[in-house]
Design a protein around this ligand. Structure first.
Ligand code: TYM
Length: 336
């Protein structure tokens, strides 16, 4: 039988604070699901995190915690490469080369750059603007065909594709042009529980808007109980007319695996109070084993460190191949 060559897949999450159920549903949950089908490479994007101010001790802690969370969510280091972005210097090296084919105009047009510049007006640094070029380097170094991300990363992926095509056109075929793996249903964009017109975000100043992966049961139940719905009482999936209810149905669907239609049927005729309590219970039940596994892993820091160190060596070997090719193509003298 002919063996199918697996294609590569890359994604990363920033260790910039607590990870929310939005990050989990839109991205991390899919990481483990894809590990049998693809050669998966997942990173903790610490280089990206410092584009907004981080407290150094917290950044160190969050990096370790995020690596433990990846493992607790079922990502298997025997099947995937798991590493910390700053441990593989090729990311910065390739982003320098890509900078020379990226234009300030296209970078300053990025929605995330505009949002973050407005939010961190006191710290609009070059790194914030260059963020998507580093992200392109992450993806292109591993010749990734697929990139599982939430809907908010779509524009950055488009730029990655543009840069890959631009480089290939100028220097000859070098990079695989990647596709996004973005969920079709609204799981790609989980909304705030407090304001369903806004994306759920770990940096929201209103803590009632988000639920973190480490949150305790009482707090989860309380936040879902307070979740904003609407004034009629019908539990139906309609993101335009009923964004709050639809968001809760999406979360329920994501954590139970039931179809959205089955979720609607299950709650037909029930009141919002019962509905919100059921969603909260489901989320709390689903997070409990992940939290327990993460705590167990953090008690064995040597193991988590060994996973990230082995991952960095494996990532480096792959990254070096692409970087050497790029250096050759642009005309750097090798000295050999
Ligand atoms: P980060 O850490 O901001 O987000 C991690 C992932 O979570 C997704 N996400 C969401 N999905 C659904 N609903 C939400 N409310 C929600 N909020 C966040 C994000 O889309 C992302 O997939 N730039 C990346 C990190 C990165 C990266 C990469 C990703 C660095 N290099 C290369 C892919 C490939 C980011 O925003 O991470």
């Amino acid at each position: 039988m002919e063996e199918k060559v697996k294609s590569s897949l890359f994604s990363a999450v920033q260790p910039s604070g607590a990870v929310t159920i939005g990050n989990y549903i839109g991205a991390i949950r899919n990481f483990a699901r894809l590990q049998d089908e693809y050669n998966c490479i997942y990173a903790v994007a610490d280089l990206h995190a410092i584009t907004v101010k981080q407290e150094p001790a917290a950044l160190r802690r969050n990096t370790l915690e995020l690596m433990a969370l990846f493992l607790a969510c079922g990502i298997d280091p025997k099947k995937c490469i798991l590493f910390v972005q700053s441990h593989v210097s090729a990311h910065c090296e390739l982003s320098w080369v890509l900078n020379t084919i990226a234009y300030p105009g296209e970078l300053s047009r990025m929605t995330q750059f505009k949002d973050k510049s407005a939010k961190h007006a006191e710290n609009v640094n070059m790194g914030l603007m260059d963020y998507p070029v580093l992200m392109a380097a992450d993806i292109l170094l591993y010749q990734a065909a697929l990139v599982p991300v939430g809907a908010d990363q779509k524009q950055h992926l488009e730029l990655t594709r543009d840069l890959a095509i631009r480089f290939n056109n100028r220097f000859g075929q070098t990079f695989t042009v990647p596709e996004g793996y973005i969920l079709k249903d609204s799981g790609a964009r989980i909304m705030s529980l407090a304001d369903p017109s806004r994306k759920m975000s770990k940096s929201d100043e209103n803590p009632n808007g988000f639920v973190t992966m480490g949150e305790d049961r009482d707090s989860i139940l309380r936040k879902f109980k307070r979740a904003v719905t609407d004034s009629d009482s019908e539990i139906r999936y309609d993101p335009e007319a009923k964004p709050g209810v639809s968001n809760l149905l999406t979360i329920y669907h994501a954590f139970t695996g039931k179809s959205l239609a089955d979720c609607e049927r299950e709650f037909a005729g029930k009141g919002y109070g019962d509905f919100k309590a059921a969603v909260g219970e489901t989320v709390a039940d689903a997070l409990a084993p992940i939290q327990a596994e993460k705590a167990r892993l953090l008690a064995d820091k040597a193991y988590v460190n060994s996973v990230m160190n082995e991952g960095a060596s494996a990532a480096f070997r792959l990254a070096r191949k692409t970087l050497s090719k790029v250096y050759r193509k642009v005309g750097f003298y090798s000295g050999e």
